[in-house]
Design a binder for this molecule. Structure first.
Ligand code: NAG
Length: 507
């Protein structure tokens, strides 16, 4: 979802009455960021409080590449990372994730192995449908067990855009909250819905109800669900001891704008880019009786702050044996105390830009490659800015492009290199960059390698009754939109003699 998708941020159709109300009762963050312009890394950052380059959710095999965890990715969240639910457990919290996990789908990355007690949802995006032989449909889990697959058991109608997933996720959330309230146990609910992610979907009662098309229908259903969750907390009498935060994991994807695209308001470009449209997020904090109603904050915030803030709320200290990038937002929300801190904009392994105060310096510019762009993939449709939204990776390390986001939120008019203002701001930001880089200990990159053998393989039986299993060993680079394009390697075919007498044989 994008910054501009909410009525309270100026979306002209005003179709998010519940989120707008949440903001009226809570605090609106206008300068709040995700940690990556892509879903997997930003979700890993939210749950670890650490930049993707530290927690391993990045690649080193393609400079500045965005990478994520599709079905054939080998990596996932390392055991060495401490996730928010793991820590909250120590304070007696029951933790549930509803919806998309996206931190790895192999057994060792299962959310119940990383601090969550319950899960209803999926390890991946709801891409598909696939043929379920070479490439299986994405599974849906309840706790440890797979309970079905998208398109088969959990239908998504690509023609009409109808799917009931948000309603299922809503019911799960309401039930979980009721159960926790009844047992008087503290809880952490990570409601990780994905209806605004392509292929966009909404349930029948919302289809066709928005002025904005199917994407707007999806936003309306999410908005309606959030209203129901907040109301549920109020009805159960626990709203004054429940902290709720709404945000998104990346800016709206503009690749299919306007048909399925959201709005990033006045900001440049969208998902996949380190321009403001890719990383500045809608953000609302709500905690009646504590956070003053109608507050508006210019604190530079990050999804990683939710890690530190949640620990603080639970009376816990953040881990001291590692660098945590999040800060505790309670002083901002409860006392209006601002903290001066920079925002780092990464793509993969490259620090692309840094914001300090109202200044943003770009050390690298890139939207996407000419090759991709020529195929019609556009992260900045209708928004080309010469020398800024470049289709080659342009290095500006020695003379960063500098924007004043107050006067120029759309990043269209770089400041003159010769001005005093430029000199002062760049000197300050360069100091921050030096400090950041000097202390940076990159994590083991998790997203370098795909291997289709980690999916179900194709199988067939020949005339002699031999079972043939095709095992793919295809190394590829995984990033959204490019999957399968740079695959190389070889295919092994193994022959097994089927022993029909052996009941343990899996097929
Ligand atoms: C959604 O649920 C309704 C009511 O149970 C059902 O009629 C409809 O077929 C479902 N739609 C999809 C796409 O699964």
């Amino acid at each position: 979802m994008g910054w501009g998708d909410l009525g309270v941020f100026g979306e002209p159709s005003k179709e998010t009455p519940n989120l707008d109300q949440m903001a009226a009762e809570g605090m609106l963050f206008l300068d709040f960021y995700t940690a990556s312009p892509l879903c997997s890394p930003s979700r890993a950052a939210l749950l670890t409080g650490r930049l993707p380059v530290r927690n391993g959710f990045y690649t080193t095999n393609g400079h500045a590449r965005n990478a994520y965890t599709p079905q054939d990715i080998v990596g996932g969240i390392p055991d060495s990372e401490l996730l928010l639910p793991e820590l909250l457990k120590k304070a007696g919290y029951t933790n549930k994730i509803i919806g998309k996990w996206h931190l790895g789908h192999r057994p060792q990355f299962h959310p119940l192995r990383h601090g969550f007690d319950e899960w209803f949802g999926s390890p991946n995006c709801h891409f598909g449908p696939y043929d379920s032989r070479e490439r299986p449909n994405i599974p849906v889990y309840r706790d440890w067990d797979m309970v079905g697959r998208y398109y088969e058991d959990f239908k998504i109608d690509l023609k009409t855009g109808e799917a009931n997933l948000t309603q299922l996720y809503l019911q799960e959330a309401l039930d979980f909250i009721s159960k926790q309230q009844a047992s008087q146990q503290p809880f952490f609910l990570y409601w990780a819905i994905d209806a605004t992610h392509a292929p966009v979907y909404a349930s029948k009662q919302f289809l066709g109800t928005s002025q904005r098309g199917l994407y707007g229908d999806a936003v309306r259903e999410i908005d309606d669900s959030i209203g129901k969750i907040l109301k549920h907390l109020q009805q159960l009498g626990i709203s004054e001891n429940t902290f709720v935060f709404f945000t998104s994991d990346n800016g709206a994807a503009l690749i299919s704008a306007p048909k399925q695209g959201g709005s990033n308001g006045p900001f440049l470009c969208g998902k996949q880019t380190t321009f403001e449209g890719g990383m500045r997020e809608p953000a609302i904090a709500w905690w009646p009786g504590h956070i003053p109603a109608g507050g508006v904050s210019h604190q530079l915030g990050s999804v990683m702050d939710l890690f530190s803030t949640s620990l603080s709320l639970a009376g816990l200290q953040p881990p001291s044996d590692r660098q945590i990038d999040g800060i505790d937002l309670l002083p901002v929300m409860l006392q209006g105390k601002l903290t001066d801190r920079p925002i780092f904009y990464y793509r993969g392994n490259e620090l692309m830009a840094v914001r300090a105060g109202l200044y943003k310096a770009h050390y690298w510019t890139w939207s996407n490659s000419w090759e991709e762009h020529n195929k019609g993939i556009d992260f900045c449709p209708g928004q080309s800015v010469a020398g800024v939204t470049t289709h080659t990776q342009e290095e500006h390390t020695y003379l960063p492009l500098l924007f004043h986001l107050g006067r120029d939120p759309g990043e269209k008019y770089p400041l003159s290199f010769a001005s005093d203002e430029y000199q002062r701001a760049v000197e300050h930001i360069s100091g921050l960059v030096q400090q950041h880089k000097a202390s940076l200990v990159p994590g083991q990159p998790q997203l370098n390698v795909c291997d289709q053998a980690v999916m179900v393989s194709a199988q067939s039986t020949d005339a002699l009754g031999n079972l043939w299993i095709k095992i793919h060993f295809i190394k590829c680079q995984c990033w959204e939109g490019m999957l399968g394009e740079e695959m190389h390697g070889h295919v092994l075919v193994a022959s097994l003699i089927r022993d029909r007498a052996d009941p343990s044989f899996p097929f």
